[in-house]
Write a protein that binds this ligand. Sequence first.
Ligand code: NDP
Length: 233
Amino acid sequence: MPHVIISGGSRGIGRAAVLLFADKGWSVTCLYNSTQPDVSDDICKIRCDVSDPASVSEAVRKAEERFGPVDCLISNAGISVKGLAQDFDANDYRRIMDTNFGGLFNLANAVIPGMVSRKCGVITAVSSMWGQTGASCEALYSASKGAVDAYVKSLAKELGPSGIRVNAVSPGVIETDMLRDFSSDDLEALKEDTPLGRLGSPVDVAKALFFLSSEASTFITGQIIGVNGGFLI
Ligand code: NDP
């Protein structure tokens, strides 16, 4: 069965993806940072700070020791910061860019050489609809996800001739810890702005990640696939 490595697998969207891929019989490596994942021992759990290139290459080495070459990468780990753009400083800038964009950069760099030599592989990033449209009071977060989208499209062009597909899912509002600062009124308003009339679940996003990683999407590359209930059309 294929080997998928999923960053930020301890909680939220990443955890739902870990469980879905494992349920489909894949060999799953779950990368976590500070939260020990509560998943079965069939899943390979490795601590890894995605913003640190050394931590990432060591994690990929250990994952390949257990399950062999990485067939699919899901770069999902991310953080959000809210506030007025002018109040962010250089430390905020580095933290969010190093995690949200740097995580993809570091993980992709660690798996691309093996994928190129085997002439196959799939890389899927978890971006955000705010990377496409921009969010007030989330300017840095939006910029980091815009960088993810541009990188995905560029990698798709660069790696397509090597048989590697690269895409992103771009979630809308998904019920995870990332929404913990939203009031119930805010969440109600977000639901009302969503044509499908509800917030997304981590499983909604995990299903799109599985589709993009699987044989069902063999001619899809360079795409940013919205999983947002119609919030952004
Ligand atoms: P959660 O806050 O529930 O989970 C975030 C995950 O990222 C955790 O597993 C966390 O690991 C991991 N993580 C954070 N920083 C690092 C790091 N430096 N190294 C490794 N892992 C790290 O968020 P979501 O599940 O909601 O978010 C997942 C992705 O989806 C993110 O990229 C986010 O931007 C994106 N997204 C989410 C939306 C939403 O509405 N929820 C909307 C659009 C996009 P640990 O717990 O071990 O620290």
